[in-house]
Design a protein around this ligand. Structure first.
Ligand SMILES: Cc1cc2nc3c(=O)[nH]c(=O)nc-3n(C[C@H](O)[C@H](O)[C@H](O)COP(=O)(O)OP(=O)(O)OC[C@H]3O[C@@H](n4cnc5c(N)ncnc54)[C@H](O)[C@@H]3O)c2cc1C
Ligand code: FES
Length: 267
């Protein structure tokens, strides 16, 4: 069940060279929102930006009924959002989509994120606190690092990389994941990030036969399954069919997704 609401922004601050962290009050989304689900935000004060912009739930403070997103400035919509302040109002639809899921009995989880794809993963450990988490986080450079401390506070171990080696280990986060895999023996992998990173994760999960869920990104229109703008290819018995990232996903079992057919957008 989702709701369309006008909500009050509580904070909106810069947290790295290109990422912002925004919190807004919403009883419904704070109550119902799950990791991997998203909210669809109408960009205020700009009649030319008609389409809402989707952002994953980054964190929820249930006691204070505050929902947080972490977002990167990409174009005009996110630039406008970055200039809003506490006390400003936003038109929001959510929570939307099918998020991550966790079966009973899972104790060891690996979470793998790259760039703004790290944002949808942060709420997982506090939402399912019984499991133990190892996080693998890939950033572009030292100044792009965000929420590393938050992951360190909620995960048993955090590995992080930067593309240029300016902090953490240099290189691809998936290489560190591959190296550590046999030691941590995850029963479940949850991942979000650039398409090449997801392909690597999908390949590793297939090879090692580990259950894996990946969160996809597509350009979106309605966000509620009505327009087909966000289709992605999913394996079925007779080949593949198109499903909707906004309502069938954005999180899918990685062994069902055909990433080559999909790669239109990713952060
Ligand atoms: C389900 C879902 C969850 C998302 N969660 C987050 C999140 O938690 N944090 C976050 O920072 N972003 C997230 N995004 C991406 C975010 O929605 C876009 O960055 C945003 O809509 C861009 O709006 P804009 O008006 O600033 O840019 P636009 O003017 O719409 O686009 C500017 C340029 O960026 C490209 N672009 C647009 N959208 C994307 C995209 N999704 N990926 C890559 N390039 C894009 C456009 O093609 C265009 O060239 C998510 C997207 C989806 C579908
Ligand atoms: S955005 Fe309209 S169907 Fe997904």
């Amino acid at each position: 069940m989702n709701s369309l609401e006008i909500v009050e922004i509580v904070n909106n601050e810069k947290i790295s060279d290109n990422m912002y962290y925004m919190g807004f009050k919403s009883r419904v989304i704070a109550d119902k929102g799950q990791p991997g689900q998203f909210v669809h935000i109408k960009v205020p004060d700009n009649s030319s930006l008609l389409l809402r912009r989707p952002f994953s739930i980054n964190h929820i403070d249930k006691d204070r009924e505050i929902v947080y997103i972490a977002y990167q400035i990409i174009g005009e919509g996110t630039l406008i959002l970055s200039k809003l302040h506490g006390g400003d109002m936003l038109d929001i639809l959510g929570p939307l989509g099918r998020g991550f899921s966790m079966e009973e009995g899972i104790d060891r989880v690996a979470i793998i994120g790259g760039g703004c794809g790290i944002a949808p993963l942060r709420y997982i450990p506090s939402y399912w606190p019984k499991a133990s988490y190892t996080a693998f986080l890939g950033y572009r450079t030292r100044t792009s690092i965000y929420q590393l401390k938050d992951f360190e506070n909620i995960c048993s171990r955090v590995w992080f990389t930067t593309d240029d080696g300016s902090a953490g280990e240099g290189g691809f986060v998936t290489d560190v994941f591959k190296r550590e895999l046999d030691k941590i023996r995850p029963q479940l992998i949850m991942a979000c990030g650039p398409i090449d990173m997801l392909k690597q994760v999908q390949h590793i999960a297939n090879e090692k036969e580990i259950a894996c869920q990946i969160s996809l990104e597509e350009r979106m229109g309605c966000g509620i399954g009505a327009c087909m703008v966000c289709s992605c290819a999913i394996k079925v018995k007779e080949g593949f069919e198109y499903q909707k990232v906004c309502s069938d996903g954005p999180v899918f079992p990685s062994d069902e997704v055909i990433l080559d057919e999909n790669h239109k957008l990713s952060c």
